[in-house]
Design a protein. Sequence first.
Length: 419
Amino acid sequence: MTELVLDRARIRSLFDLRSDVYASRGGMFDVDPYPTFERLRATGPVHPGAPHEALGWTGDVFFQGLPYPGRPHFSAYDYETCATVLQDDERFVTNVPPLAGEPPLADAAILFMDGKRHRSYRRLVQPSFVPSRAVWWLNHWTREVAGGLIDAFAGDTRADLNTDFCAPIPLLTITGSFGITVEEALNVREAVTSDGRDVATLARLLIPIIAARRQEPGDDLISVLVQEEMTDEDGVVHRLSDEEVLAFAFLLLAAGSGTTWKQMGITIVALLSHPEALAKAREDRSVLRSVVEESVRWTPTDPVFSRFVAKDCELAGVALPAGAIVHACLAAANRDPLRWDHPDEFDPFRPPNGHLGFGFGPHVCLGAHVARMEITHGIGALLDAFPDLRLDPEVPAPKFIGLYERGPDVVPVRWGVES
Ligand code: HEM
């Protein structure tokens, strides 16, 4: 396998929750939010205000449903109510006309579409993301990337897996699937993380690839997008325009490179801190599937998603006016004691029970099976290469930080020498 050597300093700045890039997501927040979530859930499923207010955060926030200062905000904290918000796309929608002074939504991306329009656009890419397709992603991109990254640091005895492994795997998998070179991958990450959404950089990189695939399709995601046909509401069939392909690409590149990275870090830290689970995973790699699922339940990297209230309605006995925003706190719902015993514990051996870490309902995560594959394959490859992989005892233990995006600050590990 060829060693994959990337600009570490640049990865470190682009994939560090404490850096400026994540300031508006509350990346510096370093308090455990779960005791507050538990108190709120125990005192009623729906509360006025947004989760960051309940947690005492006074900094800027920019995320789905935020900041929108001109609208009333409510938050749900139990499983049943959060599942209702995500499932009921008649009362709770992702797209409404902006009020005076509000920026327009990026409504060419499926995350901001509702109803029939959402279903018909999502259907175009769904076949590339079904469970049986995970092996296509693995064989085309993820296996080679994981192997190349391990080869680059295997000669050492320690690494920060956050920078050296967790960040590049999903980035290079999703950029690879768009035909973007390794050299340009970090420029893409920078373009999709900026709050200002640097569409110009993405267009510069992707328009030539779109044109080439229109001429001669290949075995990649951009070829899927350029060949798909859409039927308009007036029955006219057409292929996706360059703008539509770019909108899809923007969302997939952002979602694909910004989530799995942190969830992989959370999973590695959890696994290496639980000797029984680690011993079983070393013996039998299939255990990693439940390890990953439990990690997404226990500490989902994106703890909150939101909806606009489409019409005056009631949610768990609380009256919500049309135009309000309701935040579904998936992280709190995932520890609802009505659904899980000892919910605060990371226990990969608990009986499986659907959680909300990948969302639920019409917008349920499109990339969930790709993410599961990336994390299970990545950790399996690490355990194969370093049978005695462990958290580095000589540096401070990793800490989960962040408000609207959560993950470990670092993932320091050792192998091969006594410590
Ligand atoms: C562990 C990693 C991941 C987590 C925890 C995660 C979580 C989520 C959640 C909670 C949603 C629902 C948002 C909502 O209801 O408003 C979502 C949607 C989405 N995710 Fe993921 N995601 C992950 C990885 C990925 C990857 C790897 C991709 C792409 C390759 C991806 C693409 C998407 C897309 C396109 C949507 C929007 C779907 C729609 O609106 O129909 N995600 N994700």
